[in-house]
Design a protein around this ligand. Sequence first.
Ligand code: NAD
Ligand code: WQD
Length: 342
Amino acid sequence: MAILVTGGAGYIGSHTCVQLISQGYKVVVVDNLSNSNIESLNRVRELTDTEIPFYKIDLLDRKSLEKVFEEHHINAVIHFAGLKAVGESVSRPLNYYYNNVAGTFVLCEVMEKYNIRKVVFSSSATVYGNPKTVPITEEEPLCATNPYGQTKLMIEQVFRTLYECDARWSVALLRYFNPIGAHISGRIGEDPTGLPNNLMPYISQVAIGKLEQLKVFGDDYETVDGTGVRDYIHVMDLANGHIKALEYLFGTTGVEAFNLGTGNGYSVLQMVKAFEEATGKKVKYSIAPRRPGDIGECYADSTKAKKELGWVAEKGIEEMCRDTWRWQLSNPNGYKLDQVHT
Ligand code: NAD
Ligand code: WQD
């Protein structure tokens, strides 16, 4: 069974490739490397001892994408490729709409041409905007608070429409909460470009001395200690969720959304403490104003994924911190030192 993984050189994609191969799937990767380094795939090859066909292709390049489907008998697609920085999406909204939404249009057209209608899509908890209640179920009203979130909502709608017009489509919309952690080997992990936007990479770069201190964005939310609460999920648990979703797709048609989270919320200060305990490193921080657009509290009800996919997150916060730190320690500059050109 061959799976086309778009964005497979990225953070979640590379970890999912490892799990796919370990479960016996053949993997073909398409990525334009706009936010990743080919070294990640080299390491996936090394970890799995498997050759992975790789195409440095932009999803918007229809001709090149068709060539991939000509050269491989693809059974299903896992669609990670997209831009994901919330702040950047506000300053470059058209770029986000074009890359994420138009990229998905081209992918779907090519899939239809080759008669493939099974796809797992990387959606996000961001589609819930500022949720009215926690834990968040899939029934929570959808709402985007920034262009990045809008692209996720629009793509979800595109898949719903495709199914309404052609009942052969089979789509899993996976709404990830906050993915952190790394493969246990420390060989692959999250490698943000420039200053990290997200909490965990920021904490680990403070711990290793690359950044001076963490700014905690707000301590006046209605949460356990006033700082923002999120549902952090280990990237390997998330990767396994994609395998379960694929298995599900092969037995059904339709479009279903699933929350992938642990169901546990941790505040920023609880994360700092957990990281310090797991790694023995001190994380210096100071309290700063709220970050515009942030919400106070967000964590998942993943009962539906448990019931329908047979998936639950297994790894706890200590393992997430330890694995992040192992990756950070052994790759202080991410993949950059080992840069290989294609
Ligand atoms: P990532 O940036 O590491 O991976 C995305 C990959 O897609 C990158 O390798 C990038 O080069 C590639 N890409 C982007 N646009 C492309 C295009 N037009 N053509 C070909 N390749 C393209 O991000 P990630 O953290 O691995 O996220 C994967 C997916 O999951 C994204 O769609 C993201 O929006 C979604 N998501 C991520 C998070 C998170 O916190 N990391 C949370 C929820 C959802
Ligand atoms: C977590 C908590 C911050 C950095 C974002 C996207 C979302 C999804 C995941 C893709 C919050 C606080 C952070 C810092 C801090 N991505 N924080 N200091 O905001 O939940 O979600 O990534 O879909 O769409 O919005 O994650 O890691 O940025 O923040 O205090 O330097 O850490 O305020 O409470 P967030 P995050």
